[in-house]
Write a protein that binds this ligand. Structure first.
Ligand code: NDP
Ligand SMILES: O=C(O)C1=N[C@H](C(=O)O)C[C@H](O)C1
Length: 273
């Protein structure tokens, strides 16, 4: 598969370029912003890469890529989706901090091309979202808080993953997140039934999320920690390979992993404790 990576000079873009060779994937386009200092440089000088150099989106030709992965910035989303439509290829969007308007661009593009959106491409978070929904439903009276920690260069907060986990918890309670979100907590007493967020930014933390479900005398904490960006890169590459064969539509990581089917089959085969 011929892959175009958008945000190719960034932390995640570089992780994709490093890990593509472990999949049946060749990076054939590595896209940078008009402001990039890296334009024209070879993408990974230490490895044979067929002479691919960092280039601008408007230079990419339709035969050059089969699928795109976007790890850039929200403000580039409209251009990235337009590029996928121009090339007529699927796009895996992994950028977080999207506005409602930018999320609508994904919905609109999905009428024409396959689009997979994932705020977190790890298998662990895809499963955790389901566990959180279940726990929130089974423990309806617990207070729910989402705590996340990331590196000091992260721009958005709460993280896209924290918001997705909050959405899962709210869904478990029969609500949308916007109905019961308390946002990032500051001062003031807790409103019963609200979901609050805590945000930590420090050093080189790659990505950590905890969902706490607490009531008096007892607390359940569901935690996911990533210690290597390879985890995100592998998930995104796997998603790109899968998405290429799908019809136009908007997908998530759970669709790619067929998680609902897997969980139903497992639940049927489980013995009572
Ligand atoms: N879904 C997931 O699992 C994960 C998602 N993320 C998200 O991915 C995004 C990128 O993260 P990260 O790699 O750490 O960020 P970086 O800041 O390291 O990289 C972003 C890159 O985007 C490039 N860029 C900026 N503007 C544009 C543009 N207009 N068009 C194309 N490229 C542009 C920049 O480079 P240049 O100017 O040289 O082009 C920059 O290198 C963030 O939103 C982050 O939250 C991160 C990790 C995992
Ligand atoms: O910016 C990051 O680094 C990460 N961003 C994603 C998010 O906002 O959820 C996913 C991951 O935790 C790393």
């Amino acid at each position: 598969m011929k892959l175009g990576i958008i945000g190719a000079t960034g932390r995640m873009g570089q992780a994709i370029i490093r890990h593509a060779r472990y999949f049946d994937v060749r990076v054939t386009a590595a896209l940078v912003s008009q402001q990039s200092a890296r334009y024209g440089e070879p993408i990974y000088p230490n490895l044979a890469n067929g002479g691919v150099r960092f280039q601008y989106a408007h230079e990419v030709q339709p035969e050059q890529v089969d699928v795109l992965i976007d790890f850039s910035l929200p403000q580039a989303l409209a251009d990235n989706v337009a590029l996928a439509k121009r090339l007529g290829v699927a796009i895996v969007v992994c950028t977080t901090g999207l506005t409602a308007t930018q999320q609508q661009y994904l919905q609109d593009a999905a009428q024409h091309i396959p689009v997979l959106y994932a705020a977190n491409t790890s298998v662990g978070i895809t499963l955790l979202r389901h566990l959180v929904q279940l726990a929130a439903a089974v423990l309806p009276d617990t207070d729910i808080e989402v705590i996340e920690a990331h590196h000091s260069a992260k721009r958005d907060g709460p993280s896209g993953t924290a918001i997705a986990l909050g959405e899962s918890a709210a869904a478990g309670r029969g609500h949308t997140l916007s109905e019961i979100s308390a946002g990032v907590r500051a001062e003031g007493v807790r409103k019963s039934g609200s979901i609050g967020f805590s945000v930590i930014r420090a050093a080189d933390i790659i990505g950590e999320h905890t969902v706490m479900l607490a009531h008096a005398g007892e607390r359940l904490e569901l935690t996911h920690r990533v210690s290597n960006r390879r985890v995100f890169a592998q998930g995104a590459l796997q998603a790109a390979l899968w998405l290429q064969g799908q019809p136009a539509g908007l997908y998530g990581m759970a669709d790619m992993l067929q998680l609902e089917t897997q969980l139903q089959q497992l639940a049927q085969g489980m013995k009572p404790l």
